[in-house]
Design a protein around this ligand. Structure first.
Ligand code: FES
Length: 143
């Protein structure tokens, strides 16, 4: 439970932590360049209306109350998508994301935007989800 609160009040990009549980999340987001979307899940799927995704952006942090960690949604150059679970594979710390990759502040592991380890001590890549697209929405199966 403590970890969940920690994540809810951390900047998705730079990792700045609010020590006050009432600190507005919008203020934390001011130090990040990645858009963050609150999502809900239905039948173990996150469904995102594509109209909520800024067309000029290719990275989106998805926050979902059913998940302990955020999900990074990545848009490829060919307009397809995949998603990465933002849980460090070393010792389960939350990772932060920027336009270069993902970083774990606990022991320094880094990952590229494909989720592959670029610096240890982590040795396993981040969990990756396929994203299904239809006319209006994206669906991420989070099982
Ligand atoms: S928990 Fe991420 S590097 Fe150790």
């Amino acid at each position: 439970m403590e970890r969940r609160e920690f994540i809810k009040n951390a900047c998705v990009s730079c990792g700045v932590i609010s020590l006050m549980s009432t600190f507005p999340l919008t203020l934390l987001q001011s130090c990040t360049s990645l858009p963050m979307l609150r999502t809900s899940s239905v039948d173990k799927n996150i469904v995102i209306n594509k109209s909520k995704l800024a067309p000029e952006k290719n990275l989106f942090v998805l926050r979902n109350d059913d998940l302990q960690y955020d999900v990074l949604l990545v848009k490829n150059k060919d307009n397809t998508y995949y998603a990465l679970y933002m849980q460090c594979t070393h010792q389960d710390n939350a990772v932060t994301a920027n336009d270069k990759g993902l970083n774990c502040s606990l022991h320094g592991s880094t990952f590229d935007l494909e989720g592959k380890v670029t610096n240890g001590p982590a040795i396993r890549e981040l969990k990756k989800y396929m994203v299904t697209e239809n006319a209006d929405s994206l669906t991420i199966n989070i099982i």
